[in-house]
Design a binder for this molecule. Structure first.
Ligand code: SAH
Ligand code: SF4
Ligand code: F3S
Length: 453
């Protein structure tokens, strides 16, 4: 393990990660930074010298979960007083010194403060905790090669930008992650080459709004998202490229056409709609209408036939009426997403919605609407997955299927999970990272079932 610059006894670092893929990617950056200072990763909290949680603030329940974990970490500290407890990520940024109350937490570090972690760990003493929650305008951790959490894995995350310049009224992310900044494309391509050389076969480019990726180099030369996609897709035809999240307002025809040109850019777009009602979209400060959204979907399907489409939906946003809710249902019916992440609105302190609009949809109404949305989506998912019966897909093998270790699983380009039997014993078995041609013979609402051709 790492420790090139450090000669002392290795200290053991345990990190739990909550929230989005961006946080998974950031945890890899933290391991990388701390590896250079003599910390090695452990997956057992019981033997850790440092226990950290990389946290999420997007909904209240995400924060409640971490508050519960702090109590569990504190039990470790009671048994072994030298243990250091750190809270990283979005909750650290949102709650700041509030997390230090009660003396259970020693370190509070926001998403742009990870380079100062070694110094903070050095400086921390009983009764004198350390906090750094300064947000940056330019930090992208571009020069740090993340320590991949799944060594020998198939699929790697690469952050291409940080922060968010939108102000969706319900959303805490701009406050916890700061302003949008794009990472130097050369460092992104270098990282893609690195992981490909290490045996990875897929990269997912991460940003809150990838379509607004824009890097200006010191000579004033600009690189936008379509160009970046082309650069990463050109690393190797055997390296699949995915990305998330696309914003309906900003997704460009140019990016869709670049996808069409490169078969290794996966046919899948995650396009969060949030609501099907124009009145709600305006109040949410999403900068598109229902009509615009449907027109973007039509364009995606025209340029990229068979492209997978998934979304996020919020039920019960401020003042949402039954009519608004039915418009969300009718949009979901019309589009027929493959999958959706569906949430009941959770008011976040400090956001525009929290300051301006009462959270006035009663909990039982929110939950009833959410159940209706989920039920509708389950039906649409089943339709979408069944529509693939009889089709053939190139699947990137990830490993044994969770339900039946005798079978393999992996994703088709459209992001649907496929399960299929291994090759017969007389042939070389397929391994994680191999591509396989699979014909689909059956489907559930979340899995395609098939066999090798
Ligand atoms: N940048 C992405 C979203 C990141 S947050 C985008 O613009 O689409 C992921 C999802 O969490 C959002 O799409 C939204 O559906 C949900 N979400 C965000 N804030 C929320 C809140 N206050 N209550 C409920 N769901 C929320
Ligand atoms: Fe939040 Fe909107 Fe930014 Fe997405 S685009 S992170 S929903 S503010
Ligand atoms: Fe959560 Fe922060 Fe991601 S609030 S969703 S971890 S950007």
């Amino acid at each position: 393990m790492p420790s090139q610059e450090y000669t002392g006894m290795a200290k053991k670092l345990y990190i739990e990660t909550y929230g989005c893929q961006m946080n998974v990617s950031d945890t890899e950056v933290v391991f990388s930074i701390l590896a250079r200072h003599g910390y090695v990763r452990t997956e057992s909290m019981d033997e850790a010298d440092v226990i950290m949680a990389n946290t999420c603030s997007v909904r209240d329940n995400a924060e409640q979960r971490v508050k519960g974990r702090i109590e569990v970490f504190y039990q470790q500290k009671k048994a072994r007083p030298q243990v250091i407890i750190g809270i990283l990520g979005c909750m650290a940024e949102r709650m700041k010194e509030e997390l230090l109350e009660g003396g259970k937490v020693d370190i509070v570090a926001g998403p742009d403060a990870y380079r100062s972690l070694p110094g903070m760990l050095e400086a921390v003493r009983p009764g004198s905790p350390q906090m750094d929650v300064v947000l940056s305008r330019d930090e992208t951790y571009a020069d740090i090669s993340p320590v991949r959490l799944d060594r020998g894995g198939v699929s790697a995350f690469i952050s291409i930008m940080r922060g968010c310049n939108n102000v969706c009224s319900y959303c805490v992310v701009p406050y916890t992650r700061g302003v949008e900044r794009s990472r130097d494309p050369r460092s992104i391509v270098r990282e893609a080459c690195e992981v490909f050389e290490q045996g990875y076969k897929e990269v997912t480019l991460l940003g809150q709004n990838v379509d607004s990726y824009l890097y200006t180099d010191p000579d004033g030369v600009q690189t936008g998202f379509a160009k970046l996609l082309e650069m990463v897709a050109s690393v190797s035809p055997l390296l699949r490229v995915r990305f998330t999240t696309s914003n309906p307002q900003d997704i460009s025809d140019e990016a869709l056409e670049t996808m069409a040109k490169f078969p290794n850019i996966c046919r899948h777009i995650h396009l969060p709609v949030q609501s099907g009602s124009n009145r709600m979209l305006e109040k949410m400060r999403r900068r598109y209408t229902r009509e615009w959204y449907l027109q973007r979907v039509a364009k995606i399907r025209e340029i990229l036939p068979g492209c997978g489409l998934t979304t996020d939906v919020i039920a019960g946003f401020c003042s949402e009426t039954e009519e608004d809710h039915l418009e969300t249902m009718s949009l979901m019916e019309e589009v027929g997403f493959d999958t959706a992440f569906m949430f009941a609105y959770s008011e976040r302190p400090g956001t525009i919605a929290a300051r301006k609009y009462p959270d006035d949809v009663p909990a039982e109404v929110k939950n009833r609407r959410l159940s209706e949305i989920i039920e509708l989506q389950n039906r649409k998912s089943l339709e979408s997955y069944r529509a693939d019966i009889g089709r053939r897909f190139e699947v990137l093998v990830e490993g044994p299927s969770k339900k039946d270790p005798g079978e393999l699983c992996g994703r088709a380009s459209n992001n649907k999970m496929c399960v299929f039997p291994q090759r017969p014993a007389s042939e070389t078995p397929l391994r994680p990272g191999d591509y396989a041609e699979v014909e689909i013979t059956a489907a559930t609402s979340a899995t395609l079932i098939g066999h090798l051709v």
